[in-house]
Design a protein around this ligand. Structure first.
Ligand code: AGP
Length: 606
C-alpha cells in the first residue's frame, strides 16, 4: 500500500510528481522518493519520513520524465534504503510499486543463486531484478515475462535508462490510472486519478495484468498476449482544490466541526415525501427481493456497518451480518442472489473491502457501495452506490465520513423498510424530521468544546481505558475507542457493557478508567447497573449521557451531556463526543494527530 505517480511531458516532471505525491500521501507517509533519467543514467532521490523530508533534501538534475512514490512499509524497515524507487543490479531499471509480492522470497532466493545482490529488504527490488533478467531491449516484453512470475496484488511503474521517452506501468487487482491530455503533450500515471492536477484528462484504468507504454504523445495498452487493446476512456470530475485547514489547528478538528454541514449534505435531496436516491442504480425490484444483507467494511466503516445492521433489523426487519472485510473474504458465507452486499468505505480503495466484495461476486449477489470518493474503485465496481458527499477527509482519523456513513445508512435502512412494507410513509416522515435535527444536536456538542477539552485533559494521563455501551451505543463505543487508540496511542478496548463482568472487569482499578456511552434508552437501567459495578472496583468513570438523565452524575465522576433523541439516531452526537475526547487526549499527549504513526488514510494492501 503506497502511492505511485509518474509524469512524462512538457512540464517539469519533478514539480508535477511532487504535487502528485502530496495528494497521494494519504496512502502512506513512511518514506518517499522520485527517480528519473538524466544523460542516459537513472537518477534518484529518496528519503525516510514524510514527503516534507524529501522536498527539503531533493536535488535532481533536469530529468526528462519522473516516477514518484510515497510508501507505507510492508517489507523492510522505514529507512532511506527501503524507500522507492528501487534499482535492478545493473542500475538500468528503476521501479516503484504498490502492493505485495507474496512469493518474493522464493523469487529472491532464485536470483541470489544466480549471483544477484540486493541492497534493500523490499519485495520491490526483486521485481526490478526480474525485469532486468528478462530484458532484451523491450521493456514491455520484460515486464510481461516478469508478471507471469509474480503472485499477489500490485501496481508497478518502471523506467529504463535506455528509454528516456517512456514509462511502463502494469496492475493486478490494484488501482492504477493513466491520464493523458488532448491539448498538451503529456501523460500521467497515478494510483488515484484524484491526484491529477486537472480534470480535463482522458483516463484509463489498468487491470488484469494489462501493461501500459506511456509516452508524451501516446499511450498503448497491452494484454497478457501483448496484443494492443483499446480501453474505455473516462472523463472524471476531479476536485482540484488544494486541501486547507481553514484556520483550524488540525484537519481532524476542522473535519469534526464540518459535521453539522456534512450531515445536511448527506440528507439533502434524498427525501421528498419518501426516501429516494438519485444515483442509486440498483432497481427497487432487486431490493424488494432481498432476504438478508451482508455488510462489509474495515475499521470505522465496519462500525458504521454495525449501526446499519441494527437499523435494518429494527426498521426493515431484515437479518444482516457485519463482517470485517479481511475476514469476510476467507469465509464460506451463506449468501445468495437474495443477499444484498453492502460494502462501506470512505476512500473506496481499501484493499480488504474490495477483495471481499470481489469474492461475493461469484454468489451473484447484488451489491451496493457506500463511499465518499466518487471516482474510487468501489464506486466504479459496485452495482449501485450511495455517495457520502462529505468532501475530502484528509485526517487519517475518520470523523465526518463516519457520521455521513451513518446518515446515509439510516436513510437506506428507511428506504428498505418502505420497500419491505415495514414502515409507513408517516413513520418515515417522523424519523426523517428527527434526523434533520441531528446537525443542531452536533452543534450543541461542539459548543461544549471547553468542557470536553477539560475532561480529556484530566483523562490524558491514563494508559488504559475500557469503553462500553449497549445496543446502538456499542458500535459507538467501539468507534470512540478506535479514535483514541489510533491518534493517542493509548490502549482502549470497547466492550458490550454487560460483558465486562464475564472477564474484563478483572482488569479494573483506580488507574483504569471506563468511558460509558449511555444514550441507548432501551438499556439505560442496565448500563446504570454496569456503571455501579465498575465504580465499585475503583475505576474513574466518564459517562456520555442524554441531557435529561439527571441520575448518571450521581454515579459517574464526569458526565458529558448530549441532546436526547431516539435510540436509532443516538450514535451521531455521542460519536462526536468520542472524537473530541480522543482529539484532546492526543493533543495533550503531543501526538501527530493528522498523520499518526504506522498508519495511512487508505489501506491498499491486505
Ligand atoms: C479510522 O479512523 C481509520 N483510520 C480506519 O479504521 C478506516 O476507517 C479504515 O481503514 C477503513 O477505511 P475506508 O473507510 O477508507 O475503507
Amino acid at each position: 500500500m503506497c502511492g505511485v505517480f509518474g509524469y512524462i511531458g512538457i512540464r517539469n516532471p519533478l514539480e508535477v510528481c511532487l504535487s502528485g505525491l502530496e495528494k497521494l500521501e494519504y496512502r502512506g507517509y513512511d518514506s518517499s522518493g522520485i527517480g528519473g533519467i538524466f544523460e542516459g543514467q537513472i537518477v534518484l532521490c529518496k528519503k525516510a519520513g514524510k514527503l516534507s523530508a524529501l522536498k527539503n533534501s531533493i536535488q535532481l538534475p533536469q530529468i526528462s520524465l519522473a516516477i514518484a512514490h510515497t510508501r507505507w512499509a510492508t517489507h523492510g524497515k522505514v529507512n532511506d534504503e527501503n524507500a522507492h524507487p528501487h534499482l535492478d543490479f545493473t542500475q538500468s531499471i528503476a521501479l516503484i510499486h504498490n502492493g505485495i509480492i507474496e512469493n518474493y522470497k522464493e523469487l529472491k532466493n532464485d536470483l541470489l543463486k544466480e549471483g544477484i545482490t540486493f541492497s534493500s529488504d523490499t519485495d520491490t527490488e526483486v521485481i526490478a531484478n526480474l525485469i532486468a533478467k528478462y530484458y532484451e531491449g523491450d521493456l514491455v516484453q520484460a515486464l510481461n515475462a516478469t508478471l507471469s512470475q509474480l503472485k499477489g496484488i500490485f501496481a508497478l511503474v518502471v523506467i529504463h535508462k535506455d528509454h528516456p521517452d517512456q514509462i511502463i506501468a502494469a496492475a493486478r487487482d490494484c488501482p492504477l490510472s493513466i491520464g493523458y491530455s488532448d491539448q498538451e503533450d503529456e501523460s500521467l500515471i497515478s494510483s488515484d486519478p484524484n491526484a491529477f492536477e486537472e480534470s480535463n484528462y482522458n483516463i484509463v484504468f489498468l487491470k488484469d495484468d494489462e501493461i501500459a507504454k506511456v509516452q508524451k504523445k501516446s499511450i498503448k495498452i497491452y494484454n497478457k498476449n501483448l496484443d494492443i487493446i483499446s480501453k474505455k476512456i473516462e472523463r472524471l470530475e476531479i476536485d482540484i482544490r488544494p486541501p486547507s485547514k481553514e484556520g483550524f489547528e488540525h484537519y481532524m478538528l476542522k473535519e469534526i466541526f464540518e459535521q453539522p454541514l456534512t450531515i445536511k449534505k448527506a440528507l439533502l435531496g434524498r427525501y421528498d415525501e419518501d426516501i429516494f436516491f438519485e444515483e442509486l442504480k440498483l432497481s427497487t425490484d432487486v431490493l424488494k427481493k432481498i432476504k438478508n444483507l451482508w455488510i462489509l467494511g474495515c475499521g470505522t466503516s465496519s462500525h458504521a456497518g454495525r449501526i446499519a445492521s441494527l437499523l435494518v433489523e429494527d426498521w426493515a426487519r431484515l437479518p444482516s451480518s457485519v463482517e470485517i472485510a479481511s475476514e469476510a473474504r476467507y469465509r464460506n458465507p451463506l449468501i445468495s442472489e437474495e443477499t444484498l452486499i453492502v460494502a462501506i468505505s470512505q476512500s473506496g480503495e481499501t484493499a480488504d473491502t474490495l477483495a471481499a466484495l470481489k469474492e461475493t461476486k461469484k454468489y451473484h449477489c447484488p451489491n451496493l457501495g457506500i463511499c465518499n470518493v466518487k471516482n474510487s474503485t468501489l464506486a466504479r465496481e459496485t452495482d449501485g452506490v450511495i455517495l457520502l458527499k462529505a468532501g475530502p477527509e484528509i485526517s487519517v482519523c475518520s470523523t465526518k465520513a463516519f457520521t455521513s456513513q451513518i446518515a446515509v445508512l439510516t436513510l437506506f435502512s428507511l428506504y428498505l423498510a418502505r420497500l419491505h412494507n415495514q414502515l409507513s410513509k408517516s413513520q418515515v416522515k417522523t424519523i426523517f424530521e428527527e434526523l434533520q435535527e441531528i446537525p443542531k444536536h452536533i452543534e450543541t456538542v461542539l459548543n461544549q468544546l471547553p468542557t470536553i477539552q477539560a475532561i480529556a485533559k484530566k483523562y490524558a494521563k491514563f494508559e488504559h481505558f475500557f469503553f462500553m455501551g449497549r445496543g446502538y451505543m456499542l458500535p459507538t463505543a467501539m468507534e470512540a475507542a478506535l479514535k483514541l487508540k489510533e491518534i493517542s496511542y493509548v490502549n482502549a478496548n470497547a466492550y458490550p457493557a454487560g460483558e465486562l463482568k464475564h472477564g474484563p472487569i478483572a482488569l479494573l482499578h483506580s488507574q483504569f478508567p471506563v468511558v460509558a456511552f449511555c444514550a441507548h434508552k432501551k438499556t439505560r437501567d442496565k448500563i446504570i447497573s454496569n456503571l455501579t459495578e465498575v465504580k465499585a472496583r475503583g475505576s474513574p468513570v466518564l459517562a456520555i449521557a442524554p441531557s435529561d438523565d439527571s441520575e448518571i452524575k450521581e454515579i459517574a465522576d464526569d458526565v458529558i451531556y448530549v441532546p436526547k433523541t431516539r435510540d436509532e439516531l443516538a450514535p451521531f452526537s455521542s460519536s462526536v463526543v468520542g472524537q473530541l475526547f480522543a482529539y484532546f487526549i492526543a493533543k495533550e499527549r503531543g501526538c501527530d494527530i493528522d498523520q499518526p504513526r504506522n498508519l495511512a488514510k487508505s489501506v491498499t494492501v491486505e
